[in-house]
Design a protein. Structure first.
Length: 276
């Protein structure tokens, strides 16, 4: 047994020379002295480095999705949380698209048909005819679609945006979904309730236009302003100055405030909520 081990040890210590010569003139180009022991160590180190490189590629590159490593596999809880996050992002994107569509229609003065889901508690109902007051006369021909069963204007306390003379009222038949209030140019317009400014820019028909998102799914719209005092993203309180009366835009004939009030995507009569 001892002689066998000695023979193996001797063979591992034998020296061999690897010579590489040029074929044409047999000129020596490379000469390497090797032993079986050095060769074994070199192969071991090479295989280790090769395996490490392959592991890093599989664990930290897109190859992980094709050949997942054990450490890259997610637990069932982590997978569930990832799915929930993806669903939340998808819902958020749908909400953003819906809000963008609603905002465009609000600026255009169109009613918005909001599709309801089975998980939504809201129900669209037809409210009784809302009388409109114009120059002391009552017009009861218009009806307003309200969302939320039991929505009662008396339940909301809105600030008067500006004091002036009502020159035109809310009329569905004429597609005038607003109240026009004549006031001196550059008069201060105030927010009807606390909320966040979601639009503050120029539109062709409405000129300098401001839109504020309020609690309880209300939107207030202020058009034809001479100047806008708040930027998008600004939080305002009821009574804060937000704009100045003007005569901007194509659909105007003099300094006035074109004021719209929207509830859950549906235009409502501002005079049912605010005592102008």
């Amino acid at each position: 047994m001892g002689s066998f081990i000695k023979n193996i040890s001797t063979k591992f210590k034998n020296r061999y020379r690897l010579i590489i010569r040029q074929d044409e003139n047999l000129e020596e180009k490379v000469s390497i002295v090797l032993t079986p022991w050095n060769l074994l160590i070199g192969l071991s180190v090479g295989l280790f480095l090769f395996g490490a490189i392959i592991y890093l590629l599989l664990a930290y590159t897109p190859l992980n999705y094709i050949f997942p490593t054990k450490s890259a596999k997610y637990s069932s809880i982590e997978q569930y949380e990832m799915i929930q996050k993806i669903d939340s992002l998808d819902d958020a994107m749908k909400q953003i698209r819906l809000q963008s569509e609603m905002l465009g229609k609000v600026l255009a003065g169109e009613d918005i048909n909001v599709s309801m889901t089975e998980n939504s508690p809201d129900v669209i109902i037809e409210a009784p005819a809302v009388p409109e007051v114009a120059n002391g006369q009552t017009n009861s021909s218009a009806t307003v679609a309200l969302k939320h069963v039991g929505a009662n204007p008396a339940n909301y306390n809105f600030f008067v945006p500006i004091k002036g003379v009502v020159s035109d009222t809310f009329n569905v038949d004429r597609k005038h979904l607003a109240v026009d209030i004549v006031a001196p140019s550059k008069s201060v317009i105030k927010s009807i309730q606390k909320g966040t400014v979601i639009f503050s820019s120029w539109t062709t028909g409405g000129g300098q236009t401001l839109i504020i998102q309020h609690p309880n799914d209300f939107l207030s719209v202020y058009k034809h302003n001479a100047a806008l005092l708040k930027k998008v993203g600004t939080f305002v309180q009821a009574g804060d100055a937000v704009a100045l009366v003007g005569n901007t835009g194509e659909l105007t004939s003099g300094p006035h405030l074109h004021f719209e009030l929207w509830k859950s995507g549906v235009a409502v009569n501002p005079m049912s909520y605010i005592n102008f």
